[in-house]
Design a protein around this ligand. Sequence first.
Ligand code: PLP
Length: 450
Amino acid sequence: MTRQPNRTRMFHRDLRKSYPEAQEGQGAYILDTTGKQYLDASGGAAVSCLGHGHPKILEAVKAQLDRMAFAHTAFFTNSPAETLAETLSRKAPGGDWRVYFLSGGSEANETALKLARQIQRERGQDTRDHFLSRRFSYHGNTLGALSVSGSVGRRAAFEPILLPKVRHVEPCFAYRHQGEDETAKAYGERAAASLQTEVGALGDERAIAFIAETVVGATLGAVPPVPGYFKEIRRICDEHGMLMILDEVMSGMGRTGTLFACEQDGVVPDMISLAKGLGAGYQPIGAVLVREELADEIEHGSGSFLSGHTYIGHATACAGALAVQQVFEEDGLVARVADMGEKLQQALEARFADHPHIGDIRGRGLFRGVELVAAREHKTPFPATAGLAGRIKTHAMENGLICYPSQGTADGVNGDHVLIAPPFIITDDQVGELTDKLARSVDAAITEVE
Ligand code: PLP
């Protein structure tokens, strides 16, 4: 059944569109009310990392609901939240962490920004009032998180009401910005130097924090940094007394083949924000990990964080997320991501390496991006007016494939990519099904715009 726009009271994303009604989730598939099966190759948007209907997560959530759904954290702590915090602190790189639980990614980043500002104040650095972030980034849709986002399309309508004290620097995007004769190392240093220049121009003791996605997701399509880039960023942050926040809302929780994406970059940031894969879609949950010594500055200073939400540390959400961590461990899923991620990359390359309109295939683990170009040699993007990403999405849905195409890859407006983030349980056969359906959808869409 397809819900007609004039028969729904729901405020849908697109008010003129009809959406099939999702009825059942089975492993890597979603079934609609007509019985049509869709291979969920993007986990929604990198959310459903365990696939749908995982019995152990369902059991954990039901058991917690039976015991106690929720108790407000102004009065109580609870065991699932405490155990989940301990688990994440133990597994995160670089020592001890405190974990602040929220309901999603935007809230996690809002909280990270406010925490950073408060930590600077506790240090007596009240003059610090600017954030730095990167162009072509996405950190969420609430006004603070959107202010630090560099996504042209998502900011446009709200530009006049966004936070004014934000400076955007260059991203690290080798396919489009690394020079032909430039080594990855030299490019990484050049990309990071953009932060050095901007913070220098801002002046001493003005920068609160720098925030970046470890692997860029929605806006650019699974773009990993070149080796050494984030080490240089860490050095610049330290030199200027800026805190370093890594947004792993999409790229964290095993998605790239390590539990935290930044493990592969050999850096320890000051904060890490998480959501999506943390609850695997079974519960809405986000988190900010803060280095223990930074939390101590608040503990030994003013004593409390001047923020909070009703659902922080929600017992049922935390019980679901804790079960996700247990399944990761019991089933060795993070190592599986690394392995299946290589197979996915190979399958995409085998299918698309000679394709005249695929310019780049990239990513880490089960977080992959395919960039579409009108002409490969010059990396010329398709114009935004062609609406290629939207067409790919429509054809993919017709072909029973859920993937995540977006526009704006080349310059924030033009250029298209498809983000692929299948569940960690994906099989070899399903990798074949994914590439096959994707190729058919891409070709059908390109035929319409050529
Ligand atoms: N940060 C990143 C990197 C994201 O990809 C997203 C969502 O796509 C967000 C933050 C916002 O998360 P949420 O949609 O849960 O608010």
